[in-house]
Design a protein around this ligand. Structure first.
Ligand code: SF4
Ligand code: SF4
Ligand code: SF4
Length: 252
């Protein structure tokens, strides 16, 4: 039986999620026996265009990206957003808060007109995405578990409960009790609450859960004399695109 063919693609990003994939494959080399990788710019020079599973890293940052993404989508049976840039728009979308022309001039100076650009967005804004692997960067073990599920014909399972669950299981002292804020009550778990475990606030790099318990979160905020706006400002690192969507901004 032929092995499933897998390809990796990158759009605007730091490529840290692809590096995490390489790291995963080094620690789990048996996976390389189960699939055939036909395209992976960071790891090989071949560029096969025949694949069933496509992993896409990075945000869309210019109109031409959409056409390239649609070509990938047409060839792939399964398309997976790899990391916060692809899944959420991620840190690239921070620029969407500023006028696009100013951003272009800041980056390209007097050559701004030479380069095409638009507001950064997640790949799901332009095409159907079957699954996502969240995080900045992705979690190595979660990548392996998603690939394993796909190879076994199962639905990959990504946690849809808050980071607070993992944080409390670790018996961390809550950052709110230390006078800080944290997006743990509404952010998607799966990272082992790594940031609060090291004393840093969660900034929801894995996105928001589908049904956050807003009432409970508001009670915590009230108890500490904080407003939702103060806390949600922490979303601006990874979730600017989603925040602006909630504010009614759209780029159609
Ligand atoms: S999600 Fe983070 S680590 Fe992954 S490509 Fe984007 S910026 Fe880099
Ligand atoms: S530190 Fe953050 S993640 Fe941990 S319990 Fe408090 S709010 Fe939740
Ligand atoms: S604690 Fe929050 S910001 Fe840190 S890795 Fe987890 S989801 Fe991302």
């Amino acid at each position: 039986m032929s092995k499933p063919k897998v390809a990796f693609f990158d759009f605007t990003c730091c490529e840290g999620c692809q590096l995490t994939v390489i790291d995963s494959l080094q620690t789990c080399p048996e996976l390389l026996d189960a699939v055939e990788i036909v395209q992976f710019r960071e790891a090989m020079s071949e560029k096969g265009e025949d694949y069933q599973i496509a992993f896409v890293e990075g945000s869309l940052a210019r109109p031409a990206d959409e056409e390239r993404l649609r070509g990938i989508r047409e060839r792939a049976q399964v398309l997976i957003a790899l990391g916060a840039c692809a899944h959420l728009g991620g840190i690239n979308a921070i620029r969407n808060r500023r006028p696009l022309q100013k951003v272009r001039e800041y980056v390209y100076g007097d050559k701004a007109e030479w380069f095409d650009a638009y507001e950064a967005r997640p790949i799901g804004a332009a095409t159907k995405v079957d699954y996502f692997i969240p995080g900045c960067p992705i979690d190595r073990d979660e990548f392996l578990s998603v690939v394993t599920a796909l190879l076994q014909g199962r639905e990959p399972k990504i946690p849809d409960y808050p980071v607070c669950v993992e944080c409390k299981l670790k018996e961390n002292v809550c950052l709110y009790d230390k006078g800080l804020t944290c997006l743990g009550p509404v952010a998607r778990a799966g990272c082992g609450a790594i940031c609060p475990s090291y004393g840093n606030s969660c900034e929801a790099c894995r996105g928001l859960i589908s049904n956050p318990n807003i009432d409970a979160a508001e009670d915590v905020l009230k108890e500490h004399g904080l407003t939702a706006e103060q806390v949600m400002a922490g979303m601006d690192l990874f979730g600017t695109y989603q925040m602006m969507e909630m504010e009614g901004v759209s780029y159609d």
